[in-house]
Write a protein that binds this ligand. Sequence first.
Ligand code: NAP
Length: 302
Amino acid sequence: MSAKIISGTEVATQIRVELKKEVDEMKEKHGVVPGLVTILVGSNPASISYVTGKQKTAHELGFYSHQDDQPADVSEADLLKLVDKYNKDPKVHGILVQLPLPKHIDEKKVLNAIDPDKDVDGFHPINVGRLMIGGDEAKFLPCTPAGIQELIVRSGYETSGAEVVVVGRSNIVGKPIANIMLQKGKGANSTVTIVHTGTKDLEAHCKRADILIVAAGVPGLVKPQWIKPGSCVIDVGVNRVGEKLSEKTGKMIPILKGDVDFDAAKEIAGAITPVPGGVGPMTITMLMKNTVKSAKIHAGIK
Ligand code: NAP
């Protein structure tokens, strides 16, 4: 039987409707408007497209949103001053510095300068530590891993006691999603294994997974015979494998493939995310969710 396709596009839309309602209520009952600032240095086309998407969504949800464009030659000191300005601005509850930054700027220094209580990307070491501790300590979960957890939970898969195998140990996906899934609590409480290039028998680990999360960046790495029948497969990989002509725009667009052989895997798994349209649409939505949470915490709203 063919697997249920977990549509990130649909789940993201659903969460955005919930968030819009929450934002409207916050405004009406408490006079609080969530505020998000995105800082863009230079004019990298991919970065422009990412921040534009974030600003557009923030605007649609009724946030106070502002994009601060800085020239590619802005000094590190000036960028740090800018971050400090927004750290102190009460209208701003979330600060996002779009990466990558030009080579003359120490990325780590800039990200670490963001007030951890406004770090809606969840990458500040304090928030990484809070995630490790878990429970109420965890303030802002990094957006892509948080989106993955939402997809699993909303697809109805039982996470408690499930064997979760995560392929990849990056700081932005693999390590945080593994930490999220092993926490004691709802939507987690799983038995987690992380595999990587040093793992001896990748196939044997994947075959055990009730929930398989793949974030390696290697197209087709996970073969259909590695998938446990009926399992939930979350494919985080986004790999450009060529180009095609868009029927809609008449322009060349990238052909994207995940880390899992989707067509074959969907005949074995119980549920699976497509690429594109799976994890991808969740990331911006979770950024918005973090910003709403930050605004509530700052305003003392329960
Ligand atoms: P990354 O930093 O390159 O990390 C990849 C991880 O996968 C590493 O831990 C690596 O192991 C492991 N790996 C690579 N090849 C492997 C193999 N053959 N066998 C076992 N493990 C292997 O990548 P990332 O930033 O986590 O991103 C992973 C993928 O997710 C990419 O395709 C990226 O584009 C995509 N992504 C999507 C979203 C989204 O949809 N919103 C967000 C983030 C990332 P080692 O540590 O041993 O090198």
